[in-house]
Every structure is written in C-alpha cells, then in structure tokens.
Design a protein around this ligand. Structure first.
Ligand SMILES: [Zn+2]
Length: 156
C-alpha cells in the first residue's frame, strides 16, 4: 500500500495529543502508543517521540513533539472559533483596526516578529489598544506561544 507517509505522521502525531498524559512543561509528555508501528518509528526519527520500542504501553513525547501534536490537533480537529479567542479591543483601537482592509489585517497578523523564535510568525491576536497614537496589537506567537506585539504607526 502506497500512501503519503508525512500526512499519516501529521495526523498520528495530532491524535497522540488526545492520548497524551503526564505532561511536564518543558519536558514533553507521555502518550499511549496503540498506533501504526512504522508511523511511530518515523515520528521517533523526526525527533517527536522517544524510541517506541519497549514493553510499556506508552511512549515518551519530546517537548517539541508535544507542542507539534498540540498545534496539529488544533489545526486538524478543532473548530476555528474554538481556538481563536475573541480579541479585546478598546473602542478607539477597534475603530482604527477596522479602517485597515481585511486582507492587510491578515497580512499584519501573519507577519509578526517573534523575539523568542527570532523569525516572522503568525500571531494569535488577544488585544488592541492605542498607545501614543499608535495601534498596538498584543497576542501570542502561534509557534512558541510566547508573548508578541505589533505596533502600527498612525495614518498620515
Ligand atoms: Zn515564537
């Protein structure tokens, strides 16, 4: 049988999130390993799982594996409305934000510098305020969940 192994890996990793337990912040988690053996081995080779060989019924997920599983689970199996919390805007901030065309707003949120990841990421918007005439957007990095902000200069 020929199939897209990477897709199966992604979905299996996403489902491992559902059977994850013993989560330790920064140290990954454990997950029940009743999944396809070859897939688990590939996930091990990708650095998401410890070596799945062994008599225990669960496998250790690395920190990277747990975070990736969580993000894939949200991507594949959660409703968008459940994952994106309604952002809090002050009235003047909301007015300014709504003046920006929708496509541009999306571009802004998809290109935020994350000081933790040291790269451009997409931001999960939490709040918007006006500070010194600038629109300040605050939220979390979709990659590392760290705090990020984006300042938009006032229009001329
Ligand atoms: Zn980040």
């Amino acid at each position: 049988m020929k199939y897209d192994e990477d897709k199966v890996d992604d979905c299996t990793l996403a489902l491992l999130y559902l059977v994850a337990h013993g989560r330790e912040e920064g140290y990954g988690a454990r997950a029940w390993k009743g999944f396809d053996w070859d897939t688990l081995n590939r996930l091990h080779n990708k650095g998401y799982l410890s070596n799945p060989v062994g008599k225990t019924k669960s496998v250790a997920m690395t920190e990277q594996g747990f975070l990736q599983a969580k993000s894939l689970f949200e991507k594949h199996f959660m409703n968008k409305t459940d994952t994106i919390a309604f952002p809090n805007f002050t009235a003047p901030a909301k007015k300014r934000w709504n003046q920006i065309p929708e496509g541009t707003r999306k571009d802004i949120l998809d290109n935020v510098w994350c000081p933790h990841c040291r790269t451009g990421i997409s931001m999960r918007l939490r709040e918007g305020v006006i500070e010194e005439r600038c629109l300040v957007l605050r939220g979390t990095c979709n990659l590392c969940k760290g705090e990020v902000a984006r300042v938009i200069e006032p229009p001329e």
